[in-house]
Design a protein around this ligand. Structure first.
Ligand SMILES: [Cu+2]
Length: 130
């Protein structure tokens, strides 16, 4: 029994699979080698211009996550938000980023910085907001 569990753990590590499952219903993104995945969903949803919102973020990582940062910018306009979001843990592998506000319509990108083993892994996800 114990040997089987160890073997399965070794196989999961070899495949680079994170050791948890993300909750359904969120937008999911992963890093290139698949060692890190996260899901996020806005609250309230859907995203709307000029309406403050939070992002609920869940992270699955093979190593413990030391910290998480969340930001948003418009890559084509080279500007960010006018507010700096706050971030607070809300459980194991879960955070709430609050006080986000997208002040104009167009293509935004959410930026997540996940610190693991002293290194920050950056993940981005584009959204079109009208
Ligand atoms: Cu803009």
């Amino acid at each position: 029994m114990k040997r089987t569990a160890l073997l399965l753990a070794a196989m999961a590590a070899a495949a680079g699979a994170p050791a948890c499952e993300l909750p359904p219903g969120g937008q999911q993104i992963a890093n290139r080698d698949g060692t890190l995945a996260l899901s996020y969903r806005p609250d309230p949803a859907p995203l709307a211009i000029d309406r403050p919102f939070s992002l609920l973020v869940h992270v699955c990582s093979r190593a413990p996550v030391e910290s998480l940062t969340v930001d948003a910018h418009m890559p084509e306009h080279r500007h960010g938000m006018n507010y700096k979001p706050g971030i607070a843990p809300v459980g194991v592998g879960a955070w709430r980023a609050s006080g986000l506000l997208l002040h104009m319509p167009g293509k935004w990108e959410f930026l997540f910085g996940v610190r693991v083993n002293g290194k920050t892994e950056r993940l981005a996800h584009a959204v079109l907001v009208r």
